[in-house]
Design a protein around this ligand. Structure first.
Ligand SMILES: O=C(O)C(=O)Cc1ccccc1
Length: 377
């Protein structure tokens, strides 16, 4: 018994030293948070964390303690990150992040050509106030916005029948890009052909993959071959340049006004309410007082219960989730990041409290935006 008592005294003395060291470490962490806030740096620096872990393992005085060193330092750094997040992100989100950035960028880039659904979404959101610029891929839109070639971009992010559009979400996660608004469009598809085309003679349909998927029942019933194109409007423009009456394009009825094509059949989309949600993106966030929706990316530790804990942060503050999508991590097979939409704006105290908890639980998280919910759907 005496022996156990002695061991416990030894452990208490070590814990005392650990507490002193933790105070010191968190004080430095505070200084790092201030530095990162002033220099727009991210809280998570994967390379730096790996170096800390490698050094810790090398200091282990026994082989069988290496893994314990790794876990200890991983947890320590997670605590440090949570502390930094609580200092940087939510102390004063509206004032600290709503800076005006000098920019010569103009216009909004959208996918496809004139008459694409993205073009229509941009028109609905901005009216004729700004130029709309056609682009050939999601990536080129995002890169153009980051480089300041365009002020805004517009990307489809979710369809009411097919769910989240993974490619768009991954671009938001992996780039310094922010959502500043959204627009929801009802989607109606029709089959378009060159004048004089007979539906019976059509062998192949061309369109954006989303459109082909949304009309899959009709396409399979007739037995058309499918070929993807950059957008519905690019497919229509391409068809209009040919004289091939064995090809049809799929897209909005308005395409028949933009290109010399005729509508062969209307409303060929699969049954159900077909809406697509588009995100308006910018290279810098805009946080306003009257927003009522937010989007985030969260990375939780790969341990039992961590997703449950993450969801609890929102439940505890009565915040309703509008979307939860798991996206695979590129360099970490079978591990996932979580994309979340929630009802509530960043100016709300319940949201700020929830985000403080999120910061404590997540290895890293990113606020993609706080913006007005388009209630059309
Ligand atoms: O191809 C288009 O027109 C787009 O904007 C992408 C798309 C395709 C189908 C439905 C919604 C958006």
């Amino acid at each position: 018994m005496d022996e156990l008592h002695t061991y416990r005294q030894e452990i208490d003395a070590i814990d005392e030293q650990l507490s002193t060291l933790l105070n010191q470490r968190m004080a430095v962490s505070r200084a790092v948070a201030n530095y990162k806030a002033a220099h727009d740096n991210h809280v998570l620096d994967n390379q730096r964390e790996q170096e800390v872990i490698d050094k810790a393992k090398a200091r282990s005085d026994r082989e069988d303690l290496k893994d314990y060193h790794e876990t200890f330092f991983r947890q320590l750094m997670a605590l440090s990150r949570a502390y930094q997040h609580s200092l940087i992100n939510v102390e004063n989100p509206i004032n600290s992040e709503n800076k005006e950035y000098p920019s010569t960028a103009q216009g909004v880039a959208y996918l496809g050509e004139q008459g694409s659904f993205s073009d229509k979404a941009a028109e609905n959101y901005f009216g004729d106030k700004i130029n709309r610029i056609p682009a050939s891929s999601f990536r080129s839109i995002v890169e153009g916005v980051i480089q300041g070639t365009w002020l805004y971009g517009i990307l489809p992010v979710e369809n009411s029948l097919n769910g989240s559009i993974a490619q768009a979400l991954d671009l938001f996660r992996d780039h310094q890009i922010f959502i500043v608004g959204e627009v929801v469009l009802p989607i109606r598809h029709c089959l378009l052909g060159l004048p004089g085309t007979n539906v019976d003679g059509i062998k192949k349909v061309i369109s954006h993959p989303q459109a082909l998927e949304q009309c899959s029942l009709y396409i399979d019933q007739i037995g058309f071959r499918r070929e993807p194109r950059t957008s519905t409007a690019s497919a229509a423009a391409e068809l209009a340049k040919t004289d091939d009456r064995s090809i049809a394009a799929i897209g909005s009825p308005q395409l028949a006004d933009c290109y010399p094509l005729i509508i062969l059949k209307e409303d060929i989309q699969n049954p159900g309410n077909n809406f697509t949600r588009f995100a308006v993106i910018r290279s810098q966030p805009i946080y306003q007082q009257d927003t009522d929706k937010m989007s985030l990316f969260c990375r939780v530790p790969h341990v039992s219960g961590s997703l449950y804990q993450l969801l609890h942060c929102f439940a505890q503050h009565n915040l309703n989730l509008l979307n939860l999508t798991a996206r695979p991590m590129e360099n970490n097979p079978w591990h996932y990041d979580f994309y979340i939409d929630l009802e509530g704006g960043l100016h709300q105290s319940s949201v700020q409290s929830a985000l403080k908890d999120v910061g404590r639980i997540c290895e890293t998280y990113k606020i993609l935006g706080s913006y007005r919910h388009d209630q059309l759907s």
